[in-house]
Write a protein that binds this ligand. Structure first.
Ligand SMILES: Nc1nc2c(ncn2[C@@H]2O[C@H](COP(=O)(O)OP(=O)(O)OP(=O)(O)O)[C@@H](O)[C@H]2O)c(=O)[nH]1
Ligand SMILES: [Mg+2]
Length: 289
């Protein structure tokens, strides 16, 4: 039997999925949140089916973590696919106004229908849906302008569904990050692990750090803010070629972690996740066939 590889489907996600199915009827609009660094790998395959006929807005969060050129090429590509993405920065607050506007517009038909039936308008009920740790709760806090829900730097912070009323045109439903019960595409699973979008117990940090090094060594300039091989050399004082990731980790560990490659792997991943290696888009749009 093939090895299960990276898998993460904790109990709270299974529970959240069941609750979501029950709540979906009460929701007018789905805000699909994904991670700009791994835009494709962080889109849930079943989301379209769940949203059904409801309006859906694609929210690309962590826009500050990718170079502007990568953002432009993704934007063009998504528009060619018929999407009209809203780019946000849930930490700095960028894009919040546009997101609110998109939610109000996408939900406008609801109140037109209500008015026709002689009902008073009500706030549009928008569900924030996406993989763990992509920044759903941070976006909600930005939209409401206060710390209404918990938002932290690890996957699996939001544990249950929670309505947040803005007292305006939109009500927001925060949901735990969801992901498919089985991660079939292990390349995508590695990207999710690199970006801390799945629980850390699900993978071996050294293997994931090595995958990050391989990516960093091979990324062309539009997807990184600066040449990364040089950055790795200057930041960690290691001239070993990162395309030999195991040797790179050993050399860096000798410098910074008393030879402990596991600790060095943690440090490299942490630096990347905190943006200390600069803006990096780990995925690029697929060229049109
Ligand atoms: N740099 C950057 N950090 C962000 C952005 N959005 C969120 N964050 C940070 O990412 C971390 C995760 O954010 P959360 O809001 O907890 O993510 P979530 O999607 O609600 O995560 P779960 O509830 O675990 O599914 C927090 O430390 C946020 O401050 C962003 O656009 N840019
Ligand atoms: Mg959350």
């Amino acid at each position: 039997m093939a090895s299960p590889g990276i898998q993460w489907y904790p109990g709270h996600v299974a529970r959240a999925e069941r609750q979501l199915r029950q709540q979906l009827d009460r929701v007018d609009l789905v805000l699909e949140v994904c991670d700009a660094r791994i835009l494709q790998a962080s889109r849930h395959p079943s989301l379209e089916r769940w949203a059904g006929n409801k309006p859906r807005v694609l929210v690309v969060n962590r826009r500050d973590m990718v170079p502007p050129a990568a953002r432009s090429s993704w934007h063009r590509w998504l528009q060619q696919q018929g999407e009209d993405p809203v780019w946000c920065d849930g930490r700095g607050g960028g894009g919040s106004k546009a997101l609110l506007q998109a939610a109000v517009e996408a939900g406008a038909a609801l109140n037109t229908r209500r008015q026709r039936r002689g009902l008073r308008p009500r706030p549009v009920r928008a569900l924030m849906l996406g993989f763990p740790n992509v920044g759903k709760s941070a976006l909600i806090n930005r939209l409401v302008g206060r710390r209404a829900v918990a938002s932290e730097r690890r996957a699996g912070v939001t544990r249950s569904l929670q309505w947040v009323r803005m007292g305006g045109q939109v009500d927001l439903l925060d949901a735990p990050g969801i992901l498919p019960p089985r991660l079939q595409d292990q390349e995508a699973a590695l990207l999710l692990a690199i970006c801390d979008d799945i629980g850390q117990a699900a993978y071996d940090h050294e293997a994931v750090a090595q995958a990050l090094l391989r990516h960093l060594a091979n990324l062309p300039p539009p997807r990184v803010g600066q040449p990364l091989t040089g950055l790795l050399a200057s930041r960690y004082g290691v001239t070993t070629d990162p395309r030999a990731p195991h040797r790179w980790l050993q050399a860096a560990a000798a410098e910074h972690a008393s030879g402990c490659t596991a600790r060095m792997a943690q440090r490299l991943l942490d630096d990347f996740r905190r943006g200390r290696l600069g803006a990096v888009a780990l995925q690029a749009p697929q060229p049109s066939p």
